[in-house]
Design a protein around this ligand. Structure first.
Ligand code: FO1
Length: 329
């Protein structure tokens, strides 16, 4: 581990929920004794109104994870959760019986809905909710517009991403992912500045289609990355031929991208050829992909990418910073 003097002043990362939260905890662990700031631009495409409340799964996974109050086994929701209210909602036949809102989690959704109804934007609401804990990072929603990720499962039908993923366990073949309303959306306050002012920009090992990809659908964000002075370094969510968690494989196949560490890098593209990436970390088992990536204009390195502990994840983050230093940006 390099001395903290080698750390950049400002790190900005794009992130989904479960994988992004574990990665953010590792980045924070790496910078814990330094003056480095961490800003996380978080996917809001999984968000939904449920029982009159605004549920933001990825923002909540990031907040609970950084607060240390998350259910580490499930990767989402609160530790020590109970589901008494949810059982009542099911008994009344309201809401979605396939999407369980825990009692503690409902506290977040009630507070968020109240603050939104008071006229605050989601960025301010997220800041208000986060103030309860010392997260060691700033959470920003990608946009304050309600742009859902929906999955086309047949000619006439699209499902909210959560219904596809949770209710149907991603078993219905996804023909495409659509983001209705994205064209009219704008980045949330602070997002473009966090990209512009960053010294290093990281793409967390989140789902490249429905998490990072949904963030990139918001007009202005992909262009801001291409124009950023900071190096853009991604970490592969695919180790070998499978994702560590979640359903990135089904999503990549749906858009015709190869399900491999190199395939995801090519999906994002090399910044020098109009894409997003200056560098890409692959797991040691995918070391043979490094040469091809370098030839394609993407600096690459093979390091352990399994996020077991904060120390291991901090090492991944350090490897990403080392790679950033090699890109000459
Ligand atoms: N995932 C499930 O598999 N089952 C659930 O009932 C469920 C409820 C839930 C409630 C709030 C929340 O923030 C997340 C929840 N999730 C649930 C996880 C959710 O699907 C994931 O956090 C992401 O959307 C997928 O990356």
């Amino acid at each position: 581990m390099q001395p903290s003097s080698a750390l950049p002043a400002r790190i900005t990362m794009l992130s989904g929920g479960v994988g992004g939260s574990r990665f953010a905890q590792g980045v924070r662990h790496l910078i814990r004794r330094s003056a480095t700031s961490l800003t996380c631009i978080v996917n809001t495409g999984d968000d939904m109104w449920l029982n009159g409340l605004r549920v933001c799964p990825d923002l909540d996974s990031m907040m609970y994870g950084l607060a240390g109050v998350n259910d580490r086994d499930r990767g989402w929701g609160r530790a020590g959760e109970t589901e008494r209210v949810s059982a009542e909602l099911v008994a009344y036949g309201v809401g979605a019986d396939w999407f369980t809102l825990g009692d503690l989690d409902l506290g977040t959704h009630i507070a968020r809905a109240q603050l939104l109804r008071s006229g605050l934007g989601l960025a301010q609401v997220t800041r208000r909710l986060s103030e309860r804990w010392d997260l060691g990072a700033t959470l920003l929603p990608a946009t304050e517009h309600e742009v859902e990720t929906r999955v086309r499962v047949d000619e006439e039908t699209t499902l909210h991403f959560e219904e596809w993923w949770v209710r149907h366990r991603a078993a219905l073949p996804a023909r495409e992912f659509v983001h209705p309303g994205a064209a009219e959306a704008i980045p949330a306050p602070g997002v473009l500045e966090a990209i512009r002012d960053a010294d290093v920009i990281l793409l967390a090992p989140s789902n490249p289609i429905v998490s990072i990809g949904a963030i990139l659908q918001i007009p202005g964000i992909a262009d801001a990355l291409r124009e950023a002075s900071a190096p853009v370094i991604g970490l592969s969510p695919i180790l070998g031929d499978a994702p560590v968690l979640g359903m990135a494989a089904q999503c990549l196949r749906a858009v015709g991208a190869e399900v491999s560490a190199a395939g995801v890098a090519r999906h994002y593209g090399a910044r020098s050829y109009g894409g997003l990436l200056d560098g890409w970390l692959v797991d040691e088992q995918d070391a043979e992909a490094v040469a091809g990536l370098e030839d394609a204009g993407i600096a690459a390195a093979a390091v352990p990418l399994l996020m077991g502990t904060d120390d291991l994840t901090a090492d991944m983050a350090q490897a990403a910073l080392d790679l950033a230093g090699r890109t000459g940006r």
